[in-house]
Design a protein around this ligand. Sequence first.
Ligand SMILES: CC(C)(COP(=O)(O)OP(=O)(O)OC[C@H]1O[C@@H](n2cnc3c(N)ncnc32)[C@H](O)[C@@H]1OP(=O)(O)O)[C@@H](O)C(=O)NCCC(=O)NCCS
Length: 176
Amino acid sequence: MTSRTADQTQLDQSSGPVYRLRLATGSDWADIVALEMASFDHGRWSEQLWREEIAAADSDRGRLVSLIEQVTASTPIDSQSGPLVAVATWSWLDEVADLRRLSVHPDHRRAGLATRLLENGCQQASQAGVQRVLLEVSARNTAAISLYQRVGFTTIAVRPDYYGLGDDAWVMERSS
Ligand SMILES: CC(C)(COP(=O)(O)OP(=O)(O)OC[C@H]1O[C@@H](n2cnc3c(N)ncnc32)[C@H](O)[C@@H]1OP(=O)(O)O)[C@@H](O)C(=O)NCCC(=O)NCCS
């Protein structure tokens, strides 16, 4: 089990829903798979893949799965109350980190949750010595590209047909 404690962060919400960012645990996989189903039309990660992702983050300090759940103002800080509304998973080695997956439930988009997960992941990677953060995104995914550009990522390469014929991948980078 990792000793990182940056998960216990109550997000600042002056009005509207209250969200909490925390590390994923072994009991979160089913909720993460449900979020995956709601967030992606195709190319979904399987239950097995998510189980392995969480297990890796639990045992490897170069892996991170963080999530955001909706809570009430009175939810105890150490309870897992859900519902889970956003997730991000990362890996890093030496000075380079990769964003492996990011999704926000459709009902909770445009509330800054992806931005919060990105900044938190970059901060944790930076504390581990990472200097560059990389990701791949479909050139067709204009929402994600807008998000990544807004938080400082720039396109450094294009991988033609990476996601299928006519569906290029953009490789994007920012400093951590
Ligand atoms: C892409 C995604 C993660 C964005 O999550 P989010 O929590 O809504 O993003 P944020 O609220 O942090 O957005 C921050 C900024 O990104 C940009 N942005 C986000 N979604 C956008 C959209 N649909 N259209 C245009 N710009 C968008 C905006 O500049 C936004 O700021 P604003 O709301 O003040 O205009 C979410 O739409 C999602 O889960 N999509 C499906 C899964 C996916 O594509 N994942 C990424 C794969 S690489």
